[in-house]
Design a protein around this ligand. Structure first.
Ligand SMILES: NC(=O)C1=CN([C@@H]2O[C@H](COP(=O)(O)OP(=O)(O)OC[C@H]3O[C@@H](n4cnc5c(N)ncnc54)[C@H](OP(=O)(O)O)[C@@H]3O)[C@@H](O)[C@H]2O)C=CC1
Ligand SMILES: CCCCCCCCCCCCCCCC(=O)OCC(=O)COP(=O)(O)O
Length: 325
């Protein structure tokens, strides 16, 4: 009778014999090869899709939008960079055109300045955007602001400001550019949402609501645009180390002015921009770009809502205690 240790090593030898003497090994390498080839093909197709594509990026003056401008420029996209701050856009264009970090043919970006909270300005901006290269292939709705505050203390004006910037502005710009995409039966709309478009955390009511609305709108749009072959990608990042927190507005509309620890510990916008580029290149429909815990929280919200709500209530209690809100 063999001892348990001997039995174990005997089993190992038998398993190795089986693997080497049958077709398993070649099959395994074959599968890996096919997978590698598939990924390579996807990468090449993504690059070809983005090269010479007319890409409009809102909120290109800072954070994720600025980094997106760099990665889309580097793969040869024709950029129209949007923001409120003309000087910051000019500086970015100077930086892009001065760099020779890419081997592909690049194109001098255009800039269009407008405020997303001004509906009239959006209509005029859309016309200006269309004139830059004659059409738009990809619109990246990236611009946004965040908010911090308790619902009971927050004026409805603050809720409206967040909704105007994060929801009404981007959907107005999308609607203004859609007819030209429909006419060409070609186009791609990207919405930079947030994990908070899928779950709501305390003291972020206006922000989470604006991002939930974004998710809902662009999910509807995806279904309605399928007949015109227009793609819709919703991207939901977790924390990113940008100016979002410091520029957030508070219950009375004043600037928050603090870079939260969660923001500092967030992912680099450079990395997130690479992921955005890959997701757009692959024409992904819905992408979460977050750590394990926030990603799991999304599933928890669906599968065990009671537990999720208890966790959020406890989070609210803790935050109230620590910040005295
Ligand atoms: N940072 C994070 O942790 C996360 C961010 N996101 C999302 O990423 C996107 C980019 O934010 P991020 O880069 O982090 O933050 P930043 O504050 O660095 O950038 C925000 C951009 O939006 C622009 N913007 C703000 N308000 C308006 C307006 N009224 N009209 C036009 N443009 C405006 C800003 O332009 P201006 O220079 O004129 O202020 C700026 O370019 C946002 O949609 C945000 O919700 C999602 C998940 C996590
Ligand atoms: C099966 C086990 C599941 C365990 C789940 C535990 C629940 C953990 C809760 C995690 C909450 C994560 C919140 C993430 C929020 C986030 O990433 O937001 C991104 C932003 O948009 C940031 O904006 P802000 O202005 O809030 O800085």
């Amino acid at each position: 009778m063999a001892s348990p240790a001997n039995r174990k090593s005997l089993l190992k030898v038998k398993a190795m014999d089986f693997i080497t003497s049958t077709a398993i090994l070649p099959l395994l390498f074959g599968c890996l090869g096919i997978f590698g080839l598939f990924r390579l093909l996807q990468w090449v197709r993504g690059k070809a899709y983005l090269r010479n594509a007319v890409v409009v990026i809102t909120g290109a003056t800072s954070g994720l939008g600025r980094e997106c401008a760099k990665v889309f420029y580097a793969v040869g996209a024709k950029l129209v960079l949007c923001g409120r701050n003309g000087e910051a856009l000019e500086e970015l264009i100077r930086e892009l055109t001065a760099s020779h970090a890419t081997k592909v043919q690049t194109h001098k970006p255009y800039m269009v300045t407008f405020d997303l909270t001004d509906p009239g300005a959006i209509v005029a901006a859309a016309a200006e955007i269309l004139q830059c290269f004659g059409c738009v292939d990809i619109l990246v709705n990236n611009a946004g602001i965040s908010y911090r505050g308790a619902i009971v203390d927050t004026t409805v004006d603050v809720d409206k400001r967040v909704m105007e910037t994060n929801y009404f502005g981007p959907i107005a710009l999308t609607k203004a550019l859609l007819p030209s995409m429909i006419k060409r039966r070609q186009g791609h709309i990207v919405a930079i949402s947030s994990i908070q478009g899928k779950i709501s955390i305390p003291f972020r009511s206006a922000y989470a609501a604006s991002k939930h609305a974004t998710q809902a709108f662009f999910d509807c749009l995806r279904a309605e645009m399928e007949q015109y072959e227009i793609e819709v990608t919703v991207i939901s990042p977790g924390y990113i180390h940008t100016n979002l927190s410091v520029n957030a507005i508070t219950a009375d509309g004043s600037r928050y002015g603090v870079t939260d620890k969660t923001t500092v510990q967030g992912r680099s916008p450079v990395e997130v921009a690479q992921d955005v580029l890959a997701a757009v290149g692959k024409k992904k429909k819905d992408v979460i770009l977050a750590d394990v815990l926030p990603s799991l929280a999304v599933y928890l919200r669906t599968l065990a809502p009671g537990l999720f709500f208890s966790l959020m209530a406890s989070r609210a209690r803790k935050e109230r205690k620590s910040k005295n809100v």
